[in-house]
Write a protein that binds this ligand. Structure first.
Ligand code: PMP
Ligand code: GLN
Length: 399
């Protein structure tokens, strides 16, 4: 029997037009060129052994069939206790907490369930790369705020330009990847005031909430006056325990929102591996000491990379959280204009000739990119950091 010839029909243009993520690209180049990988954000450390053993036990001895759609009750209860203790939040484990397969699923589900086609969505550049395609796929009209180094601060003037009666939702990330900024109370209050004034929902990506330094206290957006019933808070066990391959996300929202968020989850993944959930439930109950030691270790690594880069002559921007810090090539005393730099070309050259992978921050802009800032991941052993620094010797003076 003969079939008519297959002629490809157009696919969804949002996905068809997307490049491969910069993280995947740079990790691939790091493998090809046998470079030290300070690009994609993942620690050298394998993660807490007791938590890994819990997961292993749960795989071997535990229940490996579908867990409840909203997540294991023991995890939802552990999360309620954890966030009461660490962030002063009162969350009902039965009605306000849901487990997803990573923060990425939580983001997709939140955007798909809150946005109606044509709604305006406020986003902040630099933006984590998943945000924009998800907003667009949901039919949202992005309204982009451009943040700039060195402070990456929001201002009323910037917010005035994008907020209006058409604003349905704000998507915000704090602590912020890639800048390492932890927004303070005044900045959060400014954003909350606009959300309340324009009656907008907020989806707050707080996956880096535990990774903060210099004694900074992290405050969830949800805790600000007027925000409790309009905010979806998103967390990630992958970041809380430094095991980025563990795709276990947590979503927190008031019951009227959670009812709809759970419908998106039901048809995106429905559930998340129960063994990982059991281990995360155990991990969330670990004593404070575990979390403070984790922070102190990462802060030491940050300081080591900062000191090394400064000694080499790089201008390092402040980082108070996440696994990342950035250098600003335009702040190095070069005579060139900031937009005369090409961070992407710089990073391509770096991985090939210096054998160090980093991330060009322009990849986090959809338009009008800052092109002089380069991100490095410092969640690495001292030896890895030192090797990268040795490879970078004398570069600052040449770039
Ligand atoms: N949001 C931000 C800001 C991130 O940095 C990351 C991961 N690096 C994610 C979301 C995704 O988290 P998960 O791996 O849990 O999907
Ligand atoms: N969030 C990680 C980073 O910023 C990478 C996540 C990913 O590879 N998609 O490096």
């Amino acid at each position: 029997m003969s079939h008519p010839q297959f002629t490809p029909r157009p696919l969804n243009p949002i996905y068809a037009g997307l490049p491969t993520t910069i993280f995947e690209v740079m990790s691939g180049l790091a493998r090809t060129h046998e470079a030290v990988n300070l690009g994609q954000g993942f620690p050298d450390d394998p993660g807490p052994e007791d938590v890994r053993r819990k997961a292993a036990e749960a795989v071997v001895d535990g229940w490996n069939q579908y867990p409840p759609m909203m997540g294991l009750p023991e995890l939802r209860h552990a999360a309620a206790a954890h966030y009461r203790h660490w962030q002063g939040l009162e969350l009902d484990p039965e009605a306000e907490i849901m487990v997803t397969s990573g923060a990425t699923e939580a983001l997709a589900g939140a955007l798909f369930s809150l946005i109606e086609p044509g709604d305006e969505v406020v986003l902040f550049q630099p933006l984590y790369d998943a945000y924009l395609p998800l907003v667009q796929r949901a039919g949202g009209i992005p309204r982009l705020v451009r943040l700039e180094p060195p402070s990456w601060a929001m201002t009323p003037e910037k917010l005035d330009q994008v907020f209006s009666e058409r604003t349905k939702l704000v998507l915000f990330n704090n602590p912020q990847n890639p800048t390492g900024v932890v927004y303070d109370r005044a900045q959060m209050q400014l954003l909350a005031d606009y959300c309340v004034r324009f009656n907008a929902y907020a989806v707050c990506d707080e996956v880096w909430e535990h990774v903060v330094f210099d004694g900074v206290t992290f405050e969830p957006l949800m805790a600000l006056p007027g925000m409790r019933e309009r905010t979806v808070k998103i967390s990630s066990a992958g970041k809380i325990f430094g095991m980025t391959g563990w795709k276990v996300g947590l979503v927190f929202a008031a019951p009227h929102l959670m009812k709809v968020l759970s419908k998106a989850h039901q048809f995106l993944t429905f559930t998340t591996p129960p063994n990982l959930q059991a281990a995360v439930a155990y991990g969330l109950g670990k004593p404070d000491d575990y979390f403070t030691t984790m922070r102190a270790g990462l802060q030491r690594s940050r300081d080591r990379l900062v000191a090394g880069l400064k000694e080499l002559g790089f201008e390092v921007l402040p980082s108070r959280g996440t696994y990342f810090l950035s250098i600003d090539l335009a702040a190095q005393g070069n005579a060139r204009e900031p937009n005369a730099f090409d961070d992407e070309a710089f990073c391509l050259d770096l991985v090939k000739t210096r054998k160090v992978a980093a991330i060009p921050v322009s990849a986090f802009y959809a338009e009008d990119a800052v092109k002089s800032v380069v991100r490095f991941c410092f969640a690495k052993h001292d030896a890895t950091i030192d090797r990268a620094l040795a490879h970078l010797a004398d570069l600052a003076r040449k770039s």
